[in-house]
Design a protein around this ligand. Structure first.
Ligand code: 5GP
Length: 190
């Protein structure tokens, strides 16, 4: 496949979503992988743009058919990346952005590695403490939930060296511009 799969990953709470939005704004030629979810659309969200909003039954069917590259459950709802959606864009020569957790990024690399170029980018918070602080400040979780989250963040934080690039999220506009530069160099095979 001629295209490139770019995984934007990093610990939860690091600000991946905000950076990806800015990245797509400054480089509209990039394509975003639209995931499936069983959760209801929020106000303003569009089917096929923000997510494909599907039922639990449909999700289970797709999972059994092996249509997902990876999937996960968050807050009682399922989310999954569609292999065909990403492959179609890559076949057309597009650069496809996957906003994905670290485990998902490794799965994407394993799946697409032999067929097209995969670039894995890890978004790093200014410090581990800053991330901890952000988790604490949300204030909505029990001690038990916080402990589980902290453990996960610690694991995710420790995966940085397995990525092709590490980008510091000190400022959204700067981090997005750095990622755009990385992508352009990869597109030009530099
Ligand atoms: P939200 O409901 O706020 O849009 O997303 C909830 C969580 O699901 C976020 O952490 C988001 O990154 C994650 N998520 C969205 N799409 C996918 C996906 O395709 N796969 C996985 N594993 N997580 C996803």
């Amino acid at each position: 496949m001629k295209g490139i799969v770019v995984c934007i990953s990093g610990p939860s709470g690091v600000g991946k979503g905000t950076i990806v939005k800015e990245l797509l704004r400054i480089d509209p030629a990039l394509a975003l992988s639209v995931s499936c979810t069983t959760r209801a659309p929020r106000a303003g969200e569009k089917n096929g743009v923000d997510y494909f909003f599907i039922t639990h039954e449909e999700f289970a069917r797709k999972r059994e058919n092996g249509e997902f590259l990876e999937f996960d459950e968050h807050f009682g709802n399922f989310y999954g990346t569609l292999k065909e959606y990403v492959s179609n864009l890559a076949r057309q020569g597009r650069t496809v952005i996957l906003e994905i957790d670290v485990v998902g990024a490794f799965k994407a690399e394993a799946y697409y590695g032999g067929t097209c170029k995969v670039v894995n980018i890890f978004i790093k918070p200014p410090s581990f403490e800053a991330l901890e602080e952000r988790l604490q400040r949300r204030g909505s979780e029990s001690e038990e939930q916080l402990r589980a989250r902290r453990l996960r963040v610690k694991f995710e934080y420790g995966q940085a060296e397995k990525f092709d690039y590490v980008v510091l999220n000190d400022e959204v506009a700067r981090a997005a511009a750095e990622i755009r530069d990385i992508i352009q160099r990869e597109q030009n095979n530099e």
